[in-house]
Design a binder for this molecule. Structure first.
Ligand code: DX5
Ligand code: ZN
Length: 218
């Protein structure tokens, strides 16, 4: 199933609760929450207090993208804040297997994220253990960047790998996703689409509906 995950990084933070509730009512299935620590990525975004403050605004899946060094340190706090799914970067975990298991043992869905230049081979041992793989299609740290075209090949290769292994792992794509390139991403095998600027710049309800209308073609 195709799912839209609006990234609140591009939302209007002074009306955050309203924006989250608007995109949820418009039909977005996930809310994508970008936690940045100023170390793994250059910027600092937000953390637990913001996540917990908007938890009551929606019943949608809280998909927390941890752009944080050693994110295993925060699994229980992110869970308490309201996460349903925690996605950690392979590049940020010294003990990726341990961190993934920590997330699953906390009763949450677990995802692993790869930067654009990180090869799929790092997934070899962990692929069957995760619910989702996040393919970054920009270098993480900022919203509003341009989609990096070679990541399309990565998505295609990952979908083939999952098929070969009999896995129906969710493949999420994050960065520069728009209504203009989403069909290519669907064709390549992605099924969870993060969109920040393309949802929240302008009319978030109309933009959400436009994405969901494209999903109906499939
Ligand atoms: C970037 C974040 C993204 C970001 C996407 O590091 O992981 O989730 O919000 O923003 P857009 O859709 O504007 O590229
Ligand atoms: Zn993200």
């Amino acid at each position: 199933m195709l799912k839209l995950a609006p990234s609140i990084l591009a939302a209007d933070f002074k009306n955050l609760g309203q924006q989250v509730s608007d995109v949820s009512l418009a039909g977005a299935q996930y809310i994508h929450l970008d936690v940045m620590d100023g170390a793994f990525v250059p910027s600092i975004s937000f953390g637990m207090p913001v996540i917990s403050s908007i938890r009551s605004c929606t019943d949608r899946i809280f998909d927390v993208h941890m752009m944080v060094e050693e994110p295993g340190r925060y699994v229980s706090e992110i869970k308490v804040a309201g996460a349903d799914l925690i996605c950690v970067h392979a590049e940020a975990c010294t003990h990726l297997d341990r961190t993934i298991n920590q997330i699953k043992e906390a009763g949450l869905k677990a995802g692993v994220a790869l930067n654009p230049a990180t090869p799929l081979s790092v997934l070899d041992c962990i692929l069957s253990e995760v619910d989702m793989v996040l393919i970054m299609s920009v270098n993480p740290g900022f919203g509003g960047q341009k989609f990096i075209p070679y990541t399309l090949t990565k998505i295609r290769e990952l979908r083939n790998l999952c098929k070969e292994r009999g896995l129906d792992t969710d493949i999420q794509v994050d960065g520069g996703v728009t209504c203009d390139n989403i069909r290519e991403l669907i064709d390549a095998g992605a099924n969870v689409f993060v969109a920040g600027s393309a949802v929240f710049k302008g009319d978030a309800v109309a933009n959400t509906r436009e994405f969901l209308k494209i999903f109906e073609e499939y």
